[in-house]
Design a protein around this ligand. Structure first.
Ligand SMILES: [Zn+2]
Length: 143
């Protein structure tokens, strides 16, 4: 007997959730051990002299792991670039303090990086793969 389409979808969604949970756990271990930055294969930083760390990328046996740091938008940018349901889901305060995210590259999301000096730059999966391949340790994202 084959699974119904609904069952397939549910099982795929569950699998994705579990994979995200594993990505989050793996990153939490690195962070707890103070290795999050040291072990990063690629660090994305902003061009400001403060060099904010926007995202870090790790090669793992399960795939390429990505962590994007939390950030806040100014009120006007926040209103322009998000909607209420997105804010409810992905911010810590339901407003403009956006959560950190951790996931595997193959989960299909390009990353968006932001800090006080840079607003919402996108790094595509393809660019991330190229950065890894070129063994760049630090990549500055320009505004
Ligand atoms: Zn910055």
């Amino acid at each position: 007997m084959t699974k119904s389409f609904d069952e397939e979808i549910r099982s795929a969604a569950r699998h994705l959730d579990e994979r995200t949970a594993r990505a989050e756990q793996a990153y939490a271990v690195l962070e707890k051990e103070g290795q999050a930055l040291k072990r990063a294969d690629v660090q994305y930083r902003c061009p400001n002299r403060r060099g904010c760390i926007l995202a870090t990328v790790y090669r793992t046996s399960e795939g390429v792991l990505i962590h994007t740091n939390p950030y806040k938008f100014s009120p006007s940018v926040n209103t322009q670039s998000s909607n209420e349901s997105g804010r409810a889901r992905s911010t810590v305060d339901g407003d403009r303090h956006w959560k950190a995210r951790t996931f595997f590259l193959d989960q299909g999301m390009n990353i968006q990086v932001t800090c006080d000096h840079l607003t919402a730059r996108v790094r595509t999966n393809k660019q991330i793969e190229q950065d890894l391949k070129a063994r760049k340790k630090v990549v500055i994202i320009h505004g």
